[in-house]
Design a protein around this ligand. Structure first.
Ligand SMILES: Cc1cc2nc3c(=O)[nH]c(=O)nc-3n(C[C@H](O)[C@H](O)[C@H](O)COP(=O)(O)OP(=O)(O)OC[C@H]3O[C@@H](n4cnc5c(N)ncnc54)[C@H](O)[C@@H]3O)c2cc1C
Length: 221
């Protein structure tokens, strides 16, 4: 899909090649979790492999979980998991990830085991995740777990508006409290925006808000 300007409005070319014209557009194309394409990854999504600890940490009460990720997002996910899981294997791709206040707090968690410089080589399991194979500082080992979280962030699906100058450095569409972008008539909602929401209920509400404000915009034209 591509959205371009036309006579004060927009032309939308859909994936099937259909061409639409509109005076206002709401973009709600979501975001795609960053994958690592390790063996087993695609097969085990939703079978113990999740990309969102916020959504699924509660499924691992008193279970063993692994978490592969980096940055504040991974630490937040580790904190969420450590509250409920029996053991959390925190697999950090880099050496130095735990220097933030949350990182220092996590170091004291008795059920958190930290691995650094980790390469996630394989995710194993017949029906559900059973173990992860990791390589760290030259040593390869298999860790038995009930589930795995990959928390490397989301890539916003903002390519359709890439030429309209409405995205920030990470590609998220910047919106105001009315879901309006800086481009007149262009609105956006959900995970493609810089709202950082990642929850269905909030995305649905934001979509409704964007639609109402787009309607107001049309009335004012
Ligand atoms: C594995 C997983 C589990 C989750 N579990 C939960 C949960 O338990 N609870 C919860 O609240 N949230 C959960 N979330 C988060 C939730 O799904 C999202 O926050 C929410 O769906 C985002 O809504 P959205 O409308 O912004 O985007 P989406 O729901 O992702 O919808 C975007 C749509 O746009 C389409 N699209 C994308 N690019 C284009 C393009 N270029 N052209 C045309 N169409 C395009 C996509 O195909 C899709 O249909 C989960 C997310 C994932 C990935």
């Amino acid at each position: 899909m591509k959205i371009g300007p036309k006579n004060g409005g927009f032309t939308v070319v859909t994936q099937s090649g259909e061409r639409l014209e509109a005076r206002a557009v709401v973009v709600a194309t979501g975001a795609t979790p960053q994958r690592i394409d390790a063996p087993g990854e695609r097969r085990l999504v939703g079978r113990g492999l999740s990309y969102s600890a916020v959504s699924h940490a509660q499924l691992f009460i008193e279970k063993d979980a692994a978490l592969f990720g980096c940055g504040g997002r991974a630490l937040r996910a580790a904190a969420e998991l450590a509250r409920v899981a029996k053991r959390v294997h925190l697999l950090l791709p880099d050496q130095d990830e735990m220097r933030s206040p949350l990182g220092f707090k996590l170091r004291a968690s008795p059920n958190l085991i930290v691995y650094r410089d980790v390469e996630l080589c394989e995710i194993r399991g017949e029906q559900f995740v059973e173990s992860v194979v990791v390589k760290s500082q030259g040593v390869t080992q298999e860790i038995a777990v009930d589930g795995l979280f990959i928390e490397l962030g989301l890539t916003p699906n903002s390519q359709p508006v890439a030429d309209l100058g409405v995205t920030e450095s990470q590609g998220r569409i910047v919106i105001d409290c009315k879901c309006a972008t800086s481009y007149p008539g262009l609105f956006a909602a959900g995970d493609v925006t810089d709202s950082f929401i990642e929850q269905v209920l909030i995305c649905v509400g934001e979509g409704a808000k964007a639609a109402l404000n787009a309607y107001d915009y049309l009335l004012s034209q």
